[in-house]
Design a protein around this ligand. Structure first.
Ligand code: F6R
Length: 369
């Protein structure tokens, strides 16, 4: 049932191109616009929304963080993202004009369920992004957009995460389309890029051998840091989470711009630091800033592991290890940039003799608060 793989996690990482393609299937029509029939919130209501609030936990929360960039950029609606476990206890401001998006692979996470119940009590509409048909979260929501990752067995979420991202992009683009805001050439181009993104994920998977080799050399390290900015920041957090849960290593993700406000004090000789580099095209200011961050940490002895777009030559002099990812639009980069981090964590866990599919102390769905 592991389809020839040693672990479910490896199988599920390999299934990502298909999971991404399946989640897009039938949702973009021939003319390149979106059809999301499952989102049963009438367009009239969606046009009146004045705020989006995303609630989720763990990996799904990281997908939500990335969704915020996409939603705000493509719809110009303010979007907040909050850990479901914190949300309900701070008396959040919600009303009928708030669209709440609950993201959950299992559809049974108690924290997320309680958050969405609270939102509905305040009169907000709730859209679930969920991978499990008929589970509690979609049943209790006003609408659902299913991710088509197929069953995810390994405790650490991989293919579900990529499909959550796809679903978030679809919702952001759909909201943009429905509300008629910023629905221009850029959005049409992104829809086109999204339709071919599963090929890019496939290409990344084909180049992972050096990542595995590198991971094996780091098995005796205590700490790995992850840096990113913009949508690369949640990717860094996700890379760190995967490493904690699978390799039981101390791992932390930082927004690269925060380095100088504290974390740079952690840098010491030979400390592995993974840096997710934004595309040099588009938001090139961010790219240049992160290149200086890489220089700064390397000057302090860090071992830099750089994830950068093909053709980005500016990073080459400062990368002890360079992991290439395909050229993608900035907002879509997490779909390709996350994959090497999953492979990295999985390989490190194996090298440390850990049980990859069933990490200690964790359960696949957390049905208690
Ligand atoms: C991480 C992981 C967890 C889940 C979190 C939410 O690899 O699996 O962080 O993402 O418990 O679970 P769902 O998405 O089922 O609500």
């Amino acid at each position: 049932e592991k389809g020839g793989y040693d672990y479910f996690m490896l199988k599920e990482i390999a299934e990502q191109p298909k999971a991404v393609a399946d989640t897009l299937l039938g949702r973009i029509d021939g003319s390149g616009s979106l059809t999301l029939d499952e989102v049963r919130i009438p367009p009239r209501v969606l046009r009146e929304i004045d705020k989006v609030v995303i609630v989720a936990c763990g990996t799904a929360f990281h997908a939500g963080m990335i969704a915020k960039y996409a939603i705000e950029h493509w719809t110009r609606l303010p979007c907040e993202v909050e850990l479901a476990s914190e949300f309900r206890y701070r008396d959040p401001i919600l009303d009928a004009q708030t669209l709440v998006i609950a993201i959950s692979q299992s559809g049974e996470t108690m924290d997320t369920l309680m958050a969405l119940r609270h939102a509905r009590e305040q009169g907000s509409k709730v859209l679930a992004i969920c991978n499990t048909n008929g589970s509690t979260i979609p049943r209790e929501s006003d609408a659902v957009l299913y991710t088509h990752a197929g069953p995810e067995v390994a405790v650490a979420s991989t293919k579900a995460f990529l499909t959550q991202l796809v679903a978030c992009y679809l919702v952001a683009l759909y909201l943009g389309q429905t509300r008629g805001t910023k629905w221009g050439d850029e959005i049409r181009a992104v829809i086109r890029d999204l339709s071919s993104i599963s090929g890019a994920v496939e290409r990344v998977l084909g180049t992972m051998e050096p990542v595995r080799k590198l991971a094996r050399t780091l098995a005796s390290k205590d700490t790995v840091l992850f840096l990113g900015r913009h949508v690369g920041y949640p990717v860094a957090l996700e890379g760190a989470l995967k490493l904690k849960e699978l390799a039981y290593m101390h791992a932390e993700g930082f927004a690269a711009g925060e380095l100088k406000h504290g974390p740079i004090a952690l840098i010491e000789e030979d400390l592995p630091v993974v840096v997710v580099v934004p595309s040099p095209r588009g938001r090139s200011v961010l790219h240049d800033k992160i290149v200086s961050n890489i220089q700064e940490i390397r000057a302090r002895g860090a071992r830099t592991i750089v994830i950068a777009e093909e053709g980005d030559e500016a990073v080459v002099p400062y990368a002890d290890h360079l992991i290439r990812i395909p050229v993608t639009p900035t907002l879509l980069q997490p779909l390709v940039a996350t994959v090497p981090l999953q492979v990295f964590a999985c390989e490190l866990a194996t090298a440390r003799g850990n049980e990859v599919d069933q990490p200690r102390n964790l359960a696949k769905s957390v049905t208690v608060e």
